[in-house]
Design a protein around this ligand. Structure first.
Ligand code: GDP
Ligand code: GDP
Length: 438
């Protein structure tokens, strides 16, 4: 689910950087944690309406054979085009059509990428159309008169651009949800697994996991597949001797590592132990979705307040999982076992959720309005310029600020709470990256 990329092409000085800065509303280039995005080019996050994309500036493209670096420049431009969904070819409307533009156009027409033609430095509307008209001859299609300095015409250009970009919000993830069942020995993991793969449910197939003795199992509910990670590490066969490591903590860590959502099983009789806290910390650190499953609920004495006392205990002792839903079940009696799947679905969906940049910035503006960032004794105040989601699983949001040291822990937690209050993110951790100007 990486963002679409738009390549910016044009001679030096036609106004590429000016236009890019206008689309991206961000002065600094950033390195993205996105698969497929190589690190030696400059990417900037950009958005138009509710759509996000990255712009990559190819640098000034020259086709002058005297240039020492010609092959290198072309190679860079080709590499940028190869990963782009569309390109914007920028020319200088003030200067008019040049032979260098014609050469670039000839080269671009051979590339398998849709190209939009922006005629920059067209400040006045009437002159703009006349200025732009001569560029029809490039054979690239309609020339869009724009002004990078004033912003005029850029809306039409962006609207046209969006028609060429894949809508990443519509890409449906049909992949199976990878679920790890973890917990201390004897909390009831294998009983829960048996309840899951009971007679009612079709077991699609046991599949070899990545490690030598790990066996995953895929089960279906409705027509949704769930891959239960390392069921071999959970299931105890009678008459088989296993070493102590077979059910050990490393095995649980490996299962967490491979999962989208962790079912974290607690024993209602034991409450929350130190070992449970250790596992909970790992789940949060690894950024996995999580559902807290309190098992053996049938085995304890209950009155009307017991469940609230339990919720409080979990909130206090497992505060790093405060975003996770808790469900009280009996694996042995099959109570509420089915409901776990609904909570897995919610956590998995939130874990891979992508929020548009415009929504993120609305939340940030509201947050700063209710409660302004802290000011130092010397009178320096923190400022958040802009936020954008840089990856999913878990949702990770980069916040660009004047100076990260101006934001104390209290304010950071306030901002995270604001995101949760406005956007939910139930069942998944959310990461905020506070980035300053270098
Ligand atoms: P690049 O080399 O293609 O990235 O071009 P720049 O963005 O650095 O711009 C080159 C020059 O053109 C600078 O002096 C800009 O101020 C100027 N320029 C950029 N956009 C416009 C515009 O829309 N109108 C006018 N009149 N000048 C512009
Ligand atoms: P694992 O080591 O986490 O896989 O735990 P098991 O599934 O082997 O269960 C450990 C013990 O707890 C067994 O004696 C089970 O019968 C018991 N147990 C499991 N689930 C429940 C439950 O829901 N209620 C009660 N009362 N006992 C349970």
């Amino acid at each position: 689910m990486s963002l679409p990329i738009v390549a910016i092409i044009g001679r030096p000085n036609v106004g590429k950087s000016t236009l890019v800065n206008r689309f991206s509303k961000l002065q600094d280039a950033i390195v993205f944690d996105e698969p497929g995005v190589t690190r030696d080019r400059t990417y900037k996050p950009a958005f138009w309406g509710d759509r996000d994309f990255l712009v990559v500036d190819t640098g000034g493209l020259v086709f002058d054979d005297d240039t020492e670096f010609l092959p290198l420049i072309r190679e860079q431009a080709l590499a940028a085009l190869a990963e782009s969904s569309a390109a914007i070819f920028i020319v200088d409307g003030k200067e008019g059509l040049t032979t260098a533009d014609e050469e670039i156009a000839r080269w671009l027409r051979q590339q398998p990428v849709p190209v939009l033609l922006a005629v920059n430095k067209c400040e006045s509307v009437e002159d703009g159309l006349t200025q732009a008209a001569e560029f029809w001859s490039l054979g690239i299609g309609e020339p869009f008169p724009v002004s990078g300095i004033h912003g005029s015409g850029t809306g039409e250009l962006m609207d046209a651009l969006l028609t060429h970009l894949p809508d990443t919000s519509l890409i449906e993830d049909v992949q199976e949800t990878r679920v790890a069942i973890v917990g201390r020995p004897n909390v009831g993991k294998s009983s829960l697994l048996n309840a899951f793969v009971g007679e009612k449910r079709s077991i699609v197939s046991p599949i070899s996991g990545t490690t030598r003795d790990a066996i995953d199992m895929v089960v279906e509910r409705g027509d949704k597949p769930y891959r239960l990670i390392d069921t071999a590490g959970i299931r105890k066969k009678k008459n088989v001797e296993y070493g102590p490591e077979f059910f050990g903590i490393n095995r649980a860590f490996k299962a967490i590592d491979r999962s989208d959502v962790v079912l974290f099983v607690l024993d209602a009789v034991d409450g929350v132990t130190e070992q449970d806290q250790k596992l909970a910390g790992r789940i949060a650190d690894e950024g996995r979705g999580c559902v807290i499953v309190v098992n053996k609920w049938d085995a304890i004495e209950k009155d009307s307040t017991t469940i609230y006392e339990y919720e409080k205990l979990i909130g206090d002792r497992l505060h790093f999982l405060e975003w996770a839903e808790t469900i009280f079940i009996s694996a042995e009696k099959g109570q509420r076992v089915e409901k776990i799947f609904d909570l897995i679905d919610i956590a998995a969906e939130q874990h891979q959720r992508r929020v548009t940049t415009s929504v993120i910035n609305e939340v940030l503006e509201d947050a700063a309005r209710w409660h302004s960032p802290p000011t130092t004794r010397q009178g320096r105040q923190g400022r958040i310029y802009y936020g954008t989601q840089v990856s999913t699983r878990p949702p990770t949001i980069a916040l660009f600020v004047n100076d990260p040291t101006l934001f104390n822990e209290g304010y950071r937690r306030y901002v995270e709470r604001q995101f949760r209050q406005s956007l939910g993110f139930k069942g998944t951790p959310v990461r905020l990256l506070w980035r300053g100007k270098k």
